[in-house]
Write a protein that binds this ligand. Structure first.
Ligand code: NDP
Ligand code: X2W
Length: 319
């Protein structure tokens, strides 16, 4: 069986990476748009409606526009943008979210893929909420360190200019209005009733992302230990091929003394960590979640969602 696929936004960062994933696939025929017509609504509409699966790798407004163009009931849209992640009628493209999510992705023709920061945050927090360890109304905060490709073509150009302006050489916190666009999906797909205080930091490396979520154990169900937090993650992701729950107080990371934000690059993997002090006297845990923002954070996740939707091996074409 061959499926036809169109990538709207084929020359953007996410779109190009999806093409790389699909290039080796014998079961996929990629429909290409003439470069001169890639923003021509009539031509985009024709190709969107000709595809079995269309990836939207566009700014939010253009993604909304594309969704309106589709009238072929067989076309499945997989949107990488923020436009539809909490929209009615769209399924969240994160198969590992909860039991039943794969079935929902398979059954829907409208799939909204998670944001890169949001994927990492949700995958760390959702299991604790589901296990009843973290109350829905918990006050949570999170930090994310990300490479600059997360900002798409314009941010890549900014960071790759020669000579590099001095202010881009150091990490840059942003989202300081506390209204980052991933907050709605972070709440909707973890079950938290108030937004986390979230500070992303972009830095001078191409890709790689790590979200950290510090928790005081007294915020959790009384009696919760770091072991219980770790066990909840391990149980939630048992058998998941793209999620690795690392050992509690991961010895390798602790020995090196530094966390490697880039260690999931060029994979579709997410690594989850639970750090705690050795004697646990302070009653704290630090959750960390690491991924490649262009892998499981965007293009890899989109291809995985397509595989689930088509009912083929979920890992086909993915590292
Ligand atoms: N980069 C990342 O790590 C992640 C990105 N995303 C999301 O994926 C989407 C794409 O992001 P990314 O690839 O990084 O962005 P880029 O800016 O790299 O690419 C966007 C592409 O869309 C094209 N485009 C803009 N408007 C239109 C239009 N009206 N019709 C057709 N094409 C159009 C742009 O054209 P032109 O080349 O002329 O600018 C560009 O090629 C965004 O919504 C982003 O937020 C999601 C998760 C992670
Ligand atoms: C470094 C940087 O700017 N990153 C982007 C997130 C990239 C991402 O996940 O984007 P979407 O939600 O748009 O899909 C940001 O924080 O806005």
């Amino acid at each position: 069986m061959t499926y036809t696929v169109f990538v709207d936004g084929q020359e953007g960062t996410t779109g190009l990476r999806i093409h790389e994933y699909l290039a080796a696939r014998g079961d996929i025929e990629v429909l290409k748009i003439d470069p001169d017509k890639r923003k021509d609504p009539a031509e985009r509409s024709r190709l969107l409606n000709a595809a079995d699966v269309a990836f939207l790798c566009l700014p939010d407004a253009a993604s909304r526009e594309a969704a309106f163009m589709v009238n072929n009931p067989n076309t499945c849209l997989i949107d990488a943008s923020t436009a539809h992640r909490t929209a009615p009628g769209w399924v969240f493209g994160l198969p590992e979210l909860a039991r039943g999510q794969r079935g929902a992705i398979q059954a829907s023709k409208r799939i909204a893929n998670p944001g890169c920061h949001a994927s990492a945050f949700i995958l760390a927090v959702r299991p604790l909420v589901d296990a009843g360890l973290l109350p829905h109304d918990a006050a949570v905060s999170a930090t994310s360190i990300t490479g600059y490709s997360g900002g798409g073509k314009s941010m890549i150009a900014e960071y790759q200019q020669q000579p590099l302006p001095a202010h881009l050489g150091a990490p840059r916190p942003y989202g300081l209005g506390l209204k980052h666009k991933h907050l709605p999906e972070m709440m909707a797909h973890t079950g938290l009733t108030s937004p986390p205080v979230f500070m992303p930091i972009v830095s001078n490396f191409y890709k790689g992302l790590a979200v950290s979520v510090p928790l005081q154990l007294r915020q959790l169900k009384p009696g919760t230990t770091p072991e219980a937090v770790h066990a909840a993650l391990a149980a939630h992701y048992e058998g998941e091929r793209f999620i690795r729950v690392m050992p509690l107080r991961d010895a390798a990371t602790l020995e090196s003394g530094f966390f490697d934000v880039q260690a999931c690059n060029d994979t579709n993997r997410v690594d989850l960590f639970v750090f705690a002090s050795p004697d646990d006297k302070d009653g704290q845990v630090l959750l960390m979640s690491r991924l490649d923002n262009l892998g499981k954070g965007a293009s890899g996740a989109a291809v995985q969602a397509m595989n689930v939707h088509l009912g083929v091996d979920e890992a086909l074409g993915l590292a």
